[in-house]
Design a protein around this ligand. Structure first.
Ligand code: AMP
Length: 217
């Protein structure tokens, strides 16, 4: 099963992608995580992507499509499980390229899930987000703080704020989402792939249950 998780920055796509991975045995393909890893390692891809990411802009389609194609081709026929796409596609061109890529690989898209969250909640969620530099666990200083400020409960690592989670960049990312990614909602709502809109302004377990119920319906 191949799924797309669609939603604004801060909608909880990463969290839901992780839960779906555990529950359904899917492979999570997060272009944001792959890019951050490339930036951290200082690879040519990372060097190309860094300025766009820090400014809250989208990385050019050609770069993203090369990355996704490489991973999908590496998976071959895909095997059991399939992929949950998190943060991809983000433009109509990426959506069309994904359709071509899946058909080249003899695969298809099974569902698109929109995780819907009001704007004011998004800003608070993103600006409160902190990630453990050790194990990658994500906290929120407003909703889900660690027991000791700045320290990971799980591994004792230091909690860090993503560079692109600073308030000004967050506002730009939300504008970019509205202008370039939100049109995909319309695209998929009109298309043939089953499309589900899930209320994402609830605790992660409730959102996860709603997604699983929609997929089983
Ligand atoms: P995310 O973690 O998904 O919010 O992605 C973080 C940043 O990486 C975005 O603000 C973009 O700069 C870049 N990025 C991630 N995925 C894509 C994509 N599919 N297309 C273009 N840029 C992307």
């Amino acid at each position: 099963m191949n799924l797309i998780l669609l939603g604004a920055p801060g909608a909880g796509k990463g969290t839901q992608g992780g839960l779906l991975t555990e529950r359904l045995g899917l492979h999570r393909l997060s272009t944001g995580d792959l890019l951050r890893e490339a930036v951290r390692r200082g690879t040519p891809l990372g060097e190309q992507a860094k300025t766009y990411m820090t400014a809250g802009e989208l990385v050019p389609d050609a770069v993203i499509l090369g990355l996704v194609r490489e991973i999908m081709e590496g998976r071959g026929s895909g095997g059991p499980g399939g992929v949950v796409f998190d943060g991809f596609p983000r433009t109509l061109a990426q959506a069309e390229a994904l359709e071509t890529l899946l058909s080249d690989l003899g695969q298809r898209l099974d569902a698109v899930i929109l995780v819907d969250v009001p704007d004011e909640v998004l800003v608070r969620r993103i600006s409160g987000r902190r990630t453990c530099s050790g194990c990658g666990r994500v906290y929120n200083v407003f909703y889900d703080p660690p027991a000791d400020e700045g320290v990971c409960d799980a591994c004792g690592g230091t909690l860090e704020e993503r560079k692109d989670d600073a308030e000004e960049t967050v506002r730009r990312r939300l504008t970019v989402y509205r202008e370039q990614t939100a049109p995909l909602v319309d695209h998929y709502e009109r298309g043939e792939t089953p499309f589900f809109r899930v209320d994402g302004d609830r605790d992660p377990e409730a959102v996860h249950d709603a997604i699983v119920n929609a997929l089983h319906a």
